[in-house]
Design a protein around this ligand. Sequence first.
Ligand SMILES: Cc1ncc(COP(=O)(O)O)c(C=O)c1O
Length: 470
Amino acid sequence: MTTSINIDTKALGGASPAQLQSWDAAHSWHPFTPMTDYLASDPVMVARGEGVRLQDIHGRWYYDGVASIWLNVHGHAHPALNAAIAEQLGRIAHSTMLGQANVPSTILAKRLVDLSPPGLDRVFFSDSGATAVEIALKIAIQYWANRGRPSKRRILGFTNNYHGDTMGAMAVAPDPIFHWAFLDLLPEQPRAPYPYWYHAPNHIKTDSQCMEYSLDAVRKIFEAEGESLAAVIIEPVEGAGGICPAPRGYLRALRELCQSHDILMIVDEVATGFGKTGSLFACEAEELTPDLLCMGKGLTAGYLPVAATLATGAVFEAFLGERRNTLFHGHSFTGNQLGCAVALANLDLMPALMDSLAPKIDRLWGRLAALEGRECIGDLRGRGFMVGIELSADPPSRRGFPPDLRAGYQVTDAARGRGLLVRPIGNVVIFMPPLASSIEDLDAMLDILVESFEAALPKLAEQAKSIHRG
Ligand SMILES: Cc1ncc(COP(=O)(O)O)c(C=O)c1O
């Protein structure tokens, strides 16, 4: 599947592949990447992209099976998106939003309000998912302080949720492996179990049991600590936690609990937003308006770094009046015109794309059924275009493979060799292609993915046996 053709040397910036590789090894520090492993590996270096494929510096093409970390929506180098950036560039690239406005960010704010759940009337722009979350957390805490209830300043998060890598985002989703060096610096926050059965105690088997189990825990925390709680933050589908969807109806039930206890609800749709679950926002499918909604990634179709925190009018009003009520928060690139222009072009393309999704989602899950119940596959799950396939050394007990076996990488390395880029998170192989993938693209990617599991599973089964023996 991996084809080799001549690469356009301009795409290499005047350097040779060998030079680029040695400069990368000598100078680049990659995000979320154990660099010792990276430096011992033969990493892909992308030179260009076209549609749903990426070309490396040697001219090899790969399908972008994770949409460049869950960002890309309409494919790479899309003519309308490229043109929107070029056209805006002819006018201006950036001017500040501090105390003044600009045209594309104004129109984008209006359009985001129009297409978001009703009642979310205000848009605060920033430049990454983590900043969208930080802003939501700060708004929630200051909202109560501005309203004369400064003791409400803690945030309830959910186990295995991920909200980004800044201090506030880590504090509401601390992880003993990723954040061990910072744990004592993060203010301790209450946490409730995320409602996904595979990660719940073994006696929990169904969605409704799982929902009750999680809501019970939330209720108890609200009753005991509600006076100190500013907000709850939740992902509709746990992304980095392994693509675990909350049962349908859970968000609405949580919303009602929040309302009855005077606690704000923040929904983090950085991963799920812009069509990934099959609806534009997961909140839309639940007919739910949270107090604050975070979006990023797909907002610009994955082209430029723009994120947004949407707030209801009622939340915004608490920041009016006295000067000290102001949200004194901002980033230099807030409201960047190039980013907002491409986000607007993305929104123009969205309705037709959304209309095309249902048969593609059916095809995707139909093809994945080939992996159901196979040895060492503990759980196959997700929603819409978000897929997680969890490997297990013993599916009945849901026991994982130890990290040093790199179980997920055994599958994704096999896929890379066949021309598909996918990335595991621990024991979970994540597949999340661009939404614009055609049925033929999906078939080609799934042929490779299934074949890669077939290639990796026999060795994993052997390793599982020796774990049991050991
Ligand atoms: C749900 C969620 N929130 C926040 C973030 C952080 O976004 P960013 O990487 O743009 O800071 C991510 C990133 O994967 C995410 O999945």
